[in-house]
Design a binder for this molecule. Structure first.
Ligand code: SAM
Length: 261
């Protein structure tokens, strides 16, 4: 990585191993007709691999210092945009794609969850999201009810598709090596429950607001409803449970009951 000093503040841990790069693109199942959004191309190693398989790639990079390296690659089907992805509206991003698109990214760790939630439950045109994230986040993304990893992220993902870990990646594969191991997760997106996902997401955030408290406490606090009103909707037994004890199917049922009232 001559001539470039990586920046910790932008989560710059780069991958150069050709086998790993090609494995990530294969995990993402990128085909010749696919339009792809990449977030954080870094030195462009993953971008280059994606561009070999996709029809077109749009890639957002926050760090202007990477401009000479990325533009110097002269990749014909890739457009680099030097902007903070969090400051670009979904409308603007999606305006550049003809149809549905796939996301592939080795995400900066410091901002993984906000980036995921920028698309999950918000976009109707993302077909799949394949991301390298730190292992702990990967565990949270695929967690099931009952455990400490289960929460707003797992439920948000489960409500809009199916996620699985496609591979574990050791920290030594990165340059510089981070303090944690990573994993690649692919989320295939479809509106499984036919929900208004934005409203559902708000409901989930509210019932997990105080994790150790019961459904009754969280709903009363978030929506200003009294015990009597809530008991009429859900019954006493259900209200005494914590959000983390409900499966995603059950939370969808709770949400439907609540929004019907
Ligand atoms: N894709 C490259 C690779 O696999 O080697 C780099 C991955 S590195 C973990 C994350 C990249 O995201 C860095 O290049 C960093 O500058 C960029 N980045 C960080 N925050 C960003 C943001 N808010 N918007 C766009 N790019 C960002």
């Amino acid at each position: 990585m001559k001539d470039f000093q990586t920046k910790k503040k932008f989560g710059q841990n780069f991958i150069t191993d050709k086998n790993l790069l090609s494995a990530i693109v294969s995990d993402a199942e990128i085909c010749e007709n696919d339009e792809v959004l990449e977030i954080g191309p870094g030195m462009g190693t993953l971008t280059e691999e994606i561009s070999k398989h996709a029809k077109r790639v749009i890639s957002y990079e926050i760090d202007n210092d990477l401009k000479p390296i990325l533009l110097g690659k002269d990749l014909k089907n890739v457009e680099f945009r030097f902007q903070d992805i969090m400051n670009v509206s979904l409308r603007e991003i999606e305006g550049s794609f003809v149809g549905e698109y796939k996301i592939v990214a080795n995400l900066p760790y410091y901002i993984t969850t906000p980036i995921l939630f920028k698309f999950i439950g918000q976009s109707e045109r993302v077909k799949s999201i394949t991301v390298m994230v730190q292992k702990e986040v990967a565990e949270r993304m695929i967690a099931k009810e009952g455990g400490k990893d289960y929460g707003v992220l797992s439920i948000g993902i489960a409500a809009c598709g199916q996620a699985h870990i496609t591979r574990n990646v050791s920290r030594i594969m990165f340059n510089p090596a981070p303090n944690v191991d990573s994993a690649v997760v692919r989320i295939d997106i479809y509106n499984k429950y036919n929900l208004d996902l934005k409203e559902f997401h708000n409901f989930v955030k509210n019932i997990f607001n105080m994790r150790r408290k019961t459904l009754l406490n969280n709903l009363a606090q978030s929506y200003g409803k009294n015990r009597g009103e809530l008991e009429q909707i859900f019954g006493k037994k259900v209200l005494a449970r914590r959000a983390e004890s409900f499966s995603v199917d059950e939370i969808v049922e709770l949400y439907k009951k609540f929004s019907e009232k």
